[in-house]
Design a protein around this ligand. Structure first.
Ligand code: NCD
Ligand code: ZN
Ligand code: ZN
Length: 356
């Protein structure tokens, strides 16, 4: 065994744990176990559940479920269809942010009517971030509204040059917009999508190599890396109407460490993109005694059979990677070691620390 490397627990600001509603794909226990296995100690869960999280009641229900089952720390996003403005004040201190969908994706909760989108930006409290699924011209809409109403926004899963350039331009103008790229858009491209077909359909779709290279070149200007852990059963992906999205929370760190080995990235950058910048953007302070120990020299193969995710497959199955997670410490407690979760469901805490 080589010298162990210690990293602060990763913060994944974009996951879908499907609980409640689609717990045949994932739930708060399996999803947060997968997170620990991947060195992720905090996840922010999206609101596109089967019954979307559009009301205080649904949010309370989800908080209760997460409280009982989570083994890593967690935060939730609130969702909106533009008709639930009166819920905003009730939920704002219980969530990490508001999620707004401006393009079609799993759950079909996009807001098409621009007047409604505008209402959302106008009334969402300014002290909390809005995370936006926006592609192409919808990015202009989001940035324009952010300017008009002084929101703080974060555009998630940027996948190509054109979209990234819009954000970089806005940043130069000091508009408070940040962004992330996902592991999938850094490590997979259109060739993989063409080869694996339905299995790799995701939103935004995988891009050609030039676009992927552009994301790598511009990583210093990007704020976070997220997984967009979006589990669906392999059988669902192979069906007539395949849902979009793939898993990722337990393969992010080894893929990034493999990129370090290939000199495409530094450990310092990994820490910024998966820990320090997420804390700054979301106003979250991670406990100092929360860290991951791993062997950066240990090479192993990602194997579907060893995954914790309930849906049981990864687009990286068979990939040779470096950096095996040995141990995870969460708030001073050993929670994961040598492939095993050591604490009981419910150990994970809501980072918003709010009573409902
Ligand atoms: C996500 C999902 O399955 O919930 N799918 C995806 O293709 N990325 C939704 C999303 O993040 O857009
Ligand atoms: Zn999305
Ligand atoms: Zn997503």
């Amino acid at each position: 065994m080589g010298k162990l490397l210690r990293l602060p627990g990763l913060i994944d600001i974009h996951v879908h744990l499907r609980d409640p509603g689609q717990t045949h794909k994932e739930d708060f226990l399996t999803g947060t176990s997968a997170a620990l296995a991947g060195g992720v100690t905090t996840v922010f869960d999206m609101p596109n559940n089967k019954e979307p999280i559009f009301s205080y009641g649904r949010l309370k229900e989800k908080i209760e479920i997460a409280k009982r089952k989570a083994v890593c720390d967690w935060g939730l996003y609130f969702g909106t269809d533009g008709q639930n403005i009166k819920e905003f004040e009730k939920v704002v201190d219980k969530v990490v942010g508001l999620k707004v969908y401006l393009n079609l994706t799993t759950g079909k909760i996009l807001i098409e009517n621009e007047k409604l989108v505008e209402k959302v930006f106008k009334y969402w409290p300014k002290n909390k971030i809005i995370v936006v699924h926006a592609e192409g011209e919808k990015i202009d809409l989001a940035i324009g509204l952010c300017k008009k109403y002084n929101n703080k926004i974060h555009i998630t899963h940027i996948s190509n040059r054109q979209d990234l350039d819009k954000i970089l331009e806005a940043k130069l103008k000091k508009i408070p917009v940040t962004c992330d790229v996902t592991i999938n858009h850094l490590f997979l491209d259109k060739h993989d999508a063409d080869f694996y077909k339905d299995l790799l359909v995701m939103k935004p779709s995988l891009q050609n190599e030039d676009e992927v290279d552009y994301l790598w070149e511009n990583l210093p200007r990007i704020d976070c890396i997220a997984t967009d852990h979006a589990p669906h059963l392999a059988s669902e992906k192979r069906s007539f109407d395949p849902p979009t999205g793939v898993t990722g929370v337990e393969t992010m760190l080894p893929l990034l460490l493999t990129a370090v080995k290939q000199k495409r990235l530094t450990i310092k950058e990994i820490v910024r993109l998966t820990n320090t910048d997420p804390q700054i953007i979301f106003g979250y302070k991670q406990d100092k005694n929360t860290y991951v120990e791993l062997d950066p020299e240990e090479e192993y193969k990602i194997d579907n059979k060893r995954l914790f995710t309930k849906c049981g497959w990864s687009p990286y199955h068979g990939w040779k990677v470096y950096g095996k997670v040995k141990k995870v410490i969460l708030r001073g407690e050993k929670v994961f070691e040598e492939g095993k979760v050591l604490i009981k469901p419910g150990f994970g805490l809501n980072i918003c620390y709010n009573k409902v």
